[in-house]
Ligand binder design. Sequence first.
Ligand code: ADP
Length: 200
Amino acid sequence: MLVIGLTGGIGSGKSTVAKLFAAKGVPIIDMDQIARQVVAAGQPALAQITREFGTAVLDSDGQLDRRKIRALIFESAEKRHRLEAILHPLIRQETQHQLTELDTAYCIVVIPLLLESHQQPLVDRILVVDVPETLQISRTMKRDGVSAEAVKKILHAQTDRNSRLAAADDVIDNAVELAKVRDRVAELDQQYRTMAEIAD
Ligand code: ADP
């Protein structure tokens, strides 16, 4: 099966584009959702994380406190690597498991940090949703009710726009109205179906 990795910076429109593909009957695997799933209460990863980092990373319900863990890994690259060493193999494993359950010509895997977390081997093609930074900032501010500074901080911790575009096999320009994006998705859907057929 042809696996398309869909990526883009915060607020670029990954979820929006994924929904447009889903409307065409394309299965969507969301790696962010899987990342949350593997650290849910009762999952082995959570026990491993508390062994490494202590129970201070849990909230009062025994769930992983994402804010605390984010603060922890922001201050120390070494801690970030330790956390990633626990999580990445589990996330990859669950993604691969979900891929084997599918029976379609192609599918989309939404991987927000595809380039940052070196997930290229998992996908056959990289599809980048692209908008200028100013639009990324204004759309995220509106969606999340956060300040421009807060968005910029996240944005600057991510791969920059040019590197993302350089890694792309296909690009969706999302600085246009939704109807145009839908047309572009229809075009790519055709392209992927043809590619999957030829490879079959
Ligand atoms: P991501 O999943 O990459 O963080 P979203 O798909 O949530 O981004 O898009 C960010 C915000 O911008 C959302 O509120 C979404 O509704 C809006 N948006 C996305 N694409 C467009 C578009 N082409 N025109 C107008 N608004 C858009």
